[in-house]
Design a protein. Structure first.
Length: 277
């Protein structure tokens, strides 16, 4: 019976020591110690053998304060060395703080000045209708296109009636107005998107001044996405400009065609007039 008890106690001591080595926090160590004491009490012999029980408990406590404590101290020292290595060589705290301070300095130095440039009031119209049109063009909104069309018609006039202008002239005027309005709507949409892009840039700057070590790839990815979006807006504006230029060329070519047709009609009328004489 004594041999069996000693064997079970030895097995318990080995398992207990393994769990104590695996434990990483002081709370886990304390929990395992209490569990070991409770198990020792539950499997304790009768009162006649109480002295042997307390000896076993003392043995467990000696193991905790001896080899297990040394192992935990070693683990803690290794973790401290690794943390110091990261802070001194991989992610130097001094250099990281210098970079954050530089970002904050650049934000404080340039952001307000650049925002003032974007917010500069460039309105120049003086008459009521042109002033209303210019206000709508510069308000950076995309939910008032109907007001834009109304202000455009009030400034540049409506399409003439069919009894006033010839069908070719009316078609050219209608197409010119349509392309002009399309470009102006694209301009308003681009202004609204530019505000969002600037806000994204400000957010990236703010995050860069508070970024944790290792987060640089995420900030770089965000900045790359914002740059691609800005380039896409530039491409849309270039496309609108090309459409407007193509419409101007088409308009000039249509005028030449009308001139050729009028010249041919005049030639025919002169020939008919000469035939009558």
């Amino acid at each position: 019976m004594d041999f069996t008890a000693m064997l079970l106690f030895s097995l318990f001591s080995i398992l207990f020591s393994c769990f104590m080595v695996i434990a990483r926090t002081r709370r886990q160590v304390l929990s395992l110690a209490l569990a070991g004491v409770l198990v020792a009490v539950l499997v304790a012999p009768p009162p006649a053998q109480a002295q042997s029980l307390w000896g076993s408990i003392n043995s467990v406590l000696n193991v905790i304060n001896g080899a297990i404590k040394n192992a935990l101290n070693t683990i803690q020292n290794i973790q401290t060395s690794i943390r110091d290595f990261y802070q001194k060589f991989t992610w130097p705290i001094t250099l990281i703080n210098q970079a954050k301070a530089l970002v904050t300095q650049m934000v404080n130095q340039y952001r307000a000045a650049m925002q003032n440039i974007f917010d500069t009031d460039l309105r120049s119209a003086t008459l009521p209708n042109p002033m209303a049109l210019e206000d709508i063009l510069r308000n950076r909104q995309t939910n008032d296109f109907a007001n834009l069309v109304t202000a455009f018609r009030s400034t540049y006039g409506n399409l003439p009636a069919a009894t006033v202008a010839s069908p070719p002239d009316r078609m050219m005027m209608d197409m010119d107005d349509a392309l002009a309005l399309g470009t102006l709507k694209m301009l308003k949409a681009t202004d609204a998107a530019a505000d969002l892009t600037l806000q994204a840039a400000n957010d990236i700057e703010n995050e860069a001044s508070q970024a944790a070590p290792g987060s640089t790839p995420f900030l770089t990815a965000s900045a790359t996405v914002a740059s691609i979006q800005s380039q896409a807006l530039t491409q849309k504006m270039l496309a609108a400009e090309l459409r407007q230029e193509a419409a101007r060329l088409a308009h000039e070519n249509a005028l030449r065609k009308q001139g050729a047709a009028l010249t041919d009609d005049l030639k025919t009328q002169i020939q008919n007039l000469l035939k009558r004489n």
